[in-house]
Write a protein that binds this ligand. Structure first.
Ligand code: HEC
Length: 715
């Protein structure tokens, strides 16, 4: 055993003595070995001194039993240490803390083991991902964290591998390719480990894949079961755990034709996976349809199970138990992958306790369903929406007809980024409140007129150029900015209403941590990491972490001191795709782990930002027809990474100010010949002609000149 780990073990044993209440008494690590986590230890640890699984506990409540940091002293929190995650891309990780060591991931699925008390680096593991796979990542090359089990660390790699690492050294123990790597699958979610099985899903439904969740043997990496969420194109058995489910309920909800037959249908399981120990089942959230637009996906108009559903399967065999579909016949990228929380609520007969699953998916309804059966208990809108007027007695949405858009754009709330996205929700069982990181990001949905004639990597069937003028004056960006809102809602699932709400000044705010100290922690992308009074929403502490604070915070205890930690960074789907949402106060571009304790006196270093020369690099050119072509090609192919209207938030180059925009040959070399593919900018020759690419350049320069011509010189 390495020297450091012996020192840490001694330290953490002390911490356990100091910290363990009656609820959390994990076995002393020296008896079982380092990171000797098993299902029983995760079940009993109860998010106390340690943080052993993604959501804190198997119930994924993200509620810590620690109260050393509380309402009375939270204003004394200061920085204990920081650790540089060496990335300018998105950071979404929730740290795992076990036996005094913190395990975090950075962009490109890099894993770090840190001394949780000092932040000192113990080891680093880089899976060496080919950067060209970045084009498959709808929502940045992020990773939400690892799982720990029996001396090993498990990480899902962005290119579809699942790796098991030695927890002490970071050495690779085994590796499995969990996807067909010729298809645009990615993994961003954290694995969960239950009774010796590693559970992992994947993403890729924006680009065209068939979703599933798999269980692998934690020791050997052998596949044990797989559950597909969409039938195979022939509706034949796959020889997998999902076969019976499709025979019983799934196949009949799909027609025999449509883009799903060739494009996989979607339904990726990219985030929420919960172990329900009471019913010995895995409950997971299923993503959107592929393509989004059901008219193209499945013209027969079926419900398309198990898209946008919460599904429960037997933990050992993956055999189907029940499902609840939040958005039948998904048409809008309304994933049901968002945080699923298990809790006991007084919703049984005569107020008896009933075990429920709660979710606030993208579609804007807060659901409470029975954990044992999937029976719908209640569902209520937690924000403004204009796609449905409510739910019927079975929980089926009562749709507004126009929301099933055609050629005319329908301006809709929620949009594809959801009324709530991946940012983890939390639940305080003492106050019976769920804390939802909610938002308003509208979208003009319209049918893509080029769906059948001009291919793109993103395969949604929705027109990303709908309503975008060929040369957009800066007022357009300002108007879009004005439509964005965010809020933290303390939702009472029994009263079915908010108890309090905090309004934020922008969308895409951070994940939530609840603690027995009566606190709720949430960050914002503008760098503010805030502690609220869990009962009232009053601000008790507000710290500038100098970077985007979107990830799920965590907490743990070592040597009698409670630590609060958050990983920061700049990127993820919103920062890539919504540059117009930010003014010039763009936070630092360097990802960090920032860890606090009472009386901490550390400092967060300022980022070393090279100022961008915000001037157009060439004269504008192009006919009206060329600019019209440019806006369409840019919006369909480039906007998801370089920003709509060609306004970037600074994660990836703002093409308006790129020197390359002045040189048609260099531009072509990158966009058609893939000269930068080693940096993640692949060739688009499969989708675009030389003329298209020149039209995009004309459009980008037009946007640059429109921005500088405006009075304030900004966008
Ligand atoms: C999946 C995300 C993604 C998409 C989609 C994308 N790019 Fe890129 N682009 C990148 C990355 C990553 C870089 C490289 C950044 C670096 O070098 O650090 C880049 C760099 C560039 C550069 C070089 C800019 C400079 O000044 O160095 C150009 C030009 C460019 N992209 C044009 C385009 C065009 C045109 C499209 C649409 C046809 C497009 N990109 C679509 C990710 C993307």
């Amino acid at each position: 055993m390495a020297v450091w780990s012996r020192i840490l073990l001694a330290g953490s044993a002390l911490a356990l003595l100091a910290a363990c209440g009656p609820k959390d008494t994990p076995p002393p690590p020296e008896e079982k070995g380092f990171a000797a986590v098993d299902t029983a230890r995760i079940e009993t640890a109860s998010a106390g001194a340690e943080w052993l699984t993604y959501g804190g506990t198997y119930d994924e409540q993200r509620h810590s039993s620690l109260d050393a940091v509380n309402k009375d002293n939270v204003d004394q929190l200061g920085v204990a240490w920081t650790f540089d995650l060496a990335t300018n891309r998105g950071v979404e990780v929730t740290p795992i803390v076990v036996d005094g060591v913190m395990f975090v991931t950075s962009a490109w699925s890099v894993v770090y083991a840190l001394d949780a008390k000092t932040g000192e680096l113990l080891w680093e593991h880089d899976p060496d991902v080919d950067r060209a796979v970045g084009v498959n990542a709808c929502c940045d090359v992020v990773n939400r964290g690892v799982a720990v089990y029996d001396g090993k660390i498990y990480v899902g790699v962005i290119d579809g591998r699942l790796q098991a690492l030695d927890a002490k050294t970071g050495d690779l123990v085994w590796e499995k390719v969990t996807v067909d790597q010729s298809k645009p699958y990615t993994i961003t979610g954290a694995p969960r480990v239950v009774n010796g099985k590693v559970l992992i899903g994947n993403g890729g439904a924006e680009l065209g894949v068939r979703g599933y969740i798999s269980a692998y043997d934690a020791e050997t990496g052998d596949k044990i079961w797989r559950f597909y969420t969409v039938p195979n194109p022939q509706k034949q058995p796959d020889g997998e755990a999902s076969d019976a489910a499709f025979e019983q309920v799934g196949n009949a909800t799909w027609g025999d034709e449509g883009a799903w037959v060739t494009d996989g249908g979607g339904g990726t399981v990219w985030d929420s996976i919960v172990y329900d120990e009471v019913n010995d089942q895995i409950i997971f959230g299923v993503g959107n349809g592929s393509p989004w637009n059901r008219t193209f996906r499945d013209p027969s108009g079926g419900d398309n199970l198990f898209l946008s559903s919460i599904v429960a399967v037997d933990a050992d065999t993956g055999e189907y138990k029940w499902h609840f579909q939040t958005t039948p016949g998904d048409n809008w990228d309304y994933t049901a992958t968002q945080t699923i929380i298990l809790a006991d609520l007084p919703l049984g007969p005569d107020g008896a306790s009933r075990r429920v699953a709660m979710q606030a998916p993208k579609n804007g309804f807060f659901y409470v369903i029975d954990a044992a059966t999937g029976e719908f208990i209640s569902g209520d809108a937690f924000g403004p929406m204009n796609w449905a007027t409510g739910l019927d007695e079975n929980g089926r949405p009562i749709e507004i007809a126009a929301a099933r858009y055609g050629k005319e754009p329908y301006q809709q709330l929620p949009g594809p980024l959801g009324a709530h996205n991946w940012h983890p929700m939390a639940y305080n069982p003492d106050l019976a409140l769920a804390y939802i990181p909610a938002q308003e990001i509208p979208q003009a949905y319209a049918e893509d007129p080029l769906f059948f004639s001009k291919d793109t990597a993103w395969n949604t069937g929705a027109d990303f150029a709908a309503g975008v003028p060929p040369i957009a004056p800066p007022e357009v960006a300002k108007f879009l900015r004005s439509t964005l809102k965010g809020r933290l809602i303390a939702w009472d699932p029994v009263a079915r209403a908010p108890r309090w709400t905090v309004e934020h000044d922008n969308a895409w705010n951070g994940g939530v941590l609840s603690t027995a100290g009566g606190l709720v922690f949430q960050g914002k992308l503008n760098g503010h990491f805030v502690a609220y009074d869990a009962a009232t929403g009053d601000v008790l502490w507000d710290y500038n972490v100098k970077s985007g604070a979107g990830a799920g915070p965590g907490t743990y205890m070592i040597d009698g001191e409670q630590y609060v930690t958050i990983a920061t960074g700049w990127g993820s789907a919103f920062a890539l795709a919504a540059g117009f949402a930010y003014d010039d106060k763009v936070p630092s571009t360097v990802g960090k782990v920032v860890t606090f304790k009472l009386g901490g006196t550390g400092e967060i270093a300022d980022a070393d930002l090279t100022p961008i020369d915000r001037t157009p690099k060439a004269e504008p050119f192009g006919t009206d027809a060329q600019l019209a072509e440019g806006v369409v090609d840019f919006s369909r192919n480039c906007a998801v990474c370089h920003g709509p209207l060609a306004v970037s938030s600074g994660v990836l180059p703002d093409l308006r100010w790129s020197a390359i925009s002045a040189d048609p040959e260099a531009w072509k070399g990158i966009v058609l010949e893939g000269h930068y593919s080693a940096n993640g900018m692949v060739s688009f020759a499969e989708y675009l002609s030389e003329d298209d690419v020149e039209a995009i350049r004309a459009y980008v320069l037009a946007q640059a000149h429109a921005a500088t011509a405006a009075e304030d010189g900004g966008e």
